[in-house]
Design a protein around this ligand. Structure first.
Ligand code: FES
Length: 218
């Protein structure tokens, strides 16, 4: 059994047991003093308006809690002094934002045209079969979530996938298996953002004459 990463009209609602497992922030607000300080010092100054900082703040909040619960949207709206509906619209529009808990390793395979012609379906099918997950599902352990994403802006290194926020390029099945093997072998309490990033980078592949992460454009 598994649970869905993002509810919609065609998905079952997440179980209350899963939501009960979500760690509640001390003091009742998802915008803790630590987050408030970091956002004020490091994110807000980069944007002309507080509203402009919404997306990076949502990313940071999601990294902290592994999802963006509805109360967190309200807390972010209060912090940014914008309507909660603006936060809800943004969170619900992008597949990369999750309103319910996801796995420690979110595998998002690009399904747009360049990746499609370069064989994304074989990669998706391999991951589906290996993890016994359909897109938008998370395994019971909370280790993996599988997503299908739109163009990740790396069409010249297609097919590509995001493992959390780390891009894996020129994907081949053996590379996917090597990454999944290591993620599975890592104790789940050690499977954080940095651990997944290190695993993906360790198994980066190259195209002829090009290093991993290099765009190939001059
Ligand atoms: S189509 Fe996959 S990165 Fe652009």
């Amino acid at each position: 059994m598994s649970w869905k990463a993002k509810p919609s009209a065609t998905t079952d609602p997440v179980s209350l047991d899963v939501l009960a497992d979500l760690e509640k922030p001390a003091g009742g607000s998802f915008v803790t003093d630590a987050l408030r300080s970091r956002w004020t010092a490091e994110i807000i100054p980069k944007y002309a308006t507080r509203h402009g900082a919404l997306m990076p703040i949502l990313h940071d909040l999601q990294h902290a809690y592994r999802c963006i619960p509805y109360q967190a949207m309200i807390d972010v709206a209060l912090f940014l002094e914008i309507p909660p509906a603006e936060v809800l619209d943004t969170t619900s529009f992008y597949e990369e934002y999750h309103t319910e808990p996801v796995g420690r390793c979110v595998v998002g395979v690009c399904q747009s045209i360049a990746c499609e012609v370069c064989g994304h379906q074989a990669i998706v099918d391999h991951i589906r079969n290996r993890l016994d997950l359909e897109p938008h599902e998370t395994d019971d352990e909370g280790r993996f979530t599988l997503l299908l994403l739109e163009c990740l802006g790396s069409c010249d290194t297609a097919p590509v996938a995001l493992f959390n926020d780390e891009l894996a390029e020129n994907l081949v099945i053996s590379q996917v298996d090597a990454i999944l093997d290591e993620v599975e072998a890592t104790p789940i309490d050690q499977l954080d953002r940095e651990a997944v990033r290190a695993i993906v980078r360790k198994h980066a592949t190259t195209q002829a004459g090009r290093e991993p992460g290099e765009s190939g454009q001059t």
